[in-house]
Design a protein around this ligand. Structure first.
Ligand code: GDP
Length: 365
């Protein structure tokens, strides 16, 4: 999974990104970790892995990972291809979801590009660039559909009506994701990559002092929540400065620091959870002496396709899945005890994998 961090200059993107890369330093040895200055990989914290490690004492432990791409430099005029504008827009096209950092902290020492702190105006400034880029793409798509309709195929009329409605939405300064769409309509957009259709988490960057009580104390958080709700986006409160401090701590110190702040988890951990939720992702686990590992799948994925995440052979030759729920396994204390109690189920090809399932796949080679 790849998340892109965007936002106006001086809102705290680099501070957050530095925290991410520092936190991710231990995962830098990942074989698939690209060594690019603007990409940081972090492990997805998972208490279930930690418990399974205690149970199996495995040779290898593999957490799920998330890649964060720092898409700095998105400014007014980007959609016109000014400066590096186009490059930033194409960076956004490649990510699964966007983390849009907005400044919700006052600090007279840090210049705001627009002269004052106003998160909604800032969000709209960035969104406008993305909307303008989407309009260009949509215009071409509409032309194509009109041609197809002229060719006599009536079924394109419905499609054209929808595309024109979407055009109007964008022209009114609203994002594509804010529009209600049926599955069919969404399908019609599958060949165009609209930036404003990407799922978004607005990260309200508040000051260190505000962090614990931001929901009530910070004047902008509620406004950002209202804005985001109207377009079905997520919001989370972070303090990039605090994240930077946390990233430098070892796990024990980190817990103490969080306790002192009176918060349950770090902003980065919250961000990871929020992105799983936003993208409809869950994890299942495989566990044994050689390796304990988490695998990320889309909610609703059936057993053979989940197996395919591990290897295409597992999907092709799928016979059945031996499944135990994490809580059941923990309650029993061992795999053998869980089997004895009949809690290890044998599931077939229609089984929909659940979050926290521990699975052993049986397959033909
Ligand atoms: P970017 O341009 O969006 O990448 O912004 P930076 O991360 O470089 O941050 C710009 C300035 O704002 C830096 O001096 C940061 O230290 C500062 N900054 C970032 N987050 C906070 C915050 O929560 N509170 C305060 N007071 N300053 C912050």
């Amino acid at each position: 999974m790849k998340l892109g961090i965007v936002g106006l200059p001086n809102v705290g993107k680099s501070t957050l990104f530095n925290a991410i890369t520092q936190a991710g330093a231990e995962s830098a040895n990942y074989p698939f970790c690209t060594i690019e200055p603007n990409v940081g990989t972090v492990l997805v914290p998972d208490y279930r892995i930690d418990e399974l490690v205690k149970m199996h004492q495995p040779d290898k432990v593999t957490y799920a990972t998330i890649e964060f791409v720092d898409i700095a430099g998105l400014v007014k005029g980007a959609s016109k291809g000014e400066g590096l504008g186009n490059k930033f827009l194409s960076n956004i096209r490649e990510v699964d979801a966007v983390v849009h950092v907005v400044r919700a902290f006052e600090d007279p020492n840090i210049v705001h590009v627009e002269g004052s702190v106003d998160p909604i105006r800032d969000i709209e400034t960035i969104n406008l660039e993305l909307i303008l880029s989407d309009l260009e793409i949509l215009d071409r798509r509409i032309d194509k559909t009109k041609k197809a309709l002229k060719g006599g195929d009536k079924k394109f009329q419905e499609q054209l009506d929808f595309l024109e409605r979407l055009h109007e939405t964008l022209e009114n300064g609203k994002t594509a994701r804010s529009m209600e769409m049926s599955d069919d309509e969404r399908q019609w957009l599958s060949d165009v990559s609209l930036l404003t259709l990407k799922p978004v988490i607005y990260a309200a960057n508040v000051s260190e002092d505000d962090y614990s009580n931001a929901e009530t104390q910070n004047p902008w958080v509620q406004k950002i929540r209202e804005f985001a709700a109207a377009e079905k986006s997520e919001v989370m409160v972070i303090s990039a400065r605090i994240e930077e401090e946390i990233a430098a701590l070892d796990p024990e110190e980190k817990q103490l620091f969080l306790d002192e702040l009176g918060v349950a988890e770090s902003g980065l951990d919250k961000l990871i959870k929020a992105s799983y939720k936003l993208l409809g992702l869950i994890s299942y686990l495989t566990a044994g002496k050689p390796e304990v590992r988490a695998w990320t799948i889309q909610k609703g994925t059936k057993a053979p396709q989940a197996a395919g995440k591990i290897h295409t052979d597992f999907e092709r030759g799928f016979i059945r899945a031996e499944v135990v729920a994490f809580d059941d396994l923990m309650a029993c204390g061992s795999m053998a005890a869980a089997k004895e109690k009949g809690l290890v189920r044998s599931e077939g090809k229609d089984y929909v994998v659940k979050d926290g399932d521990i699975i052993l796949f049986r397959f033909n080679v």
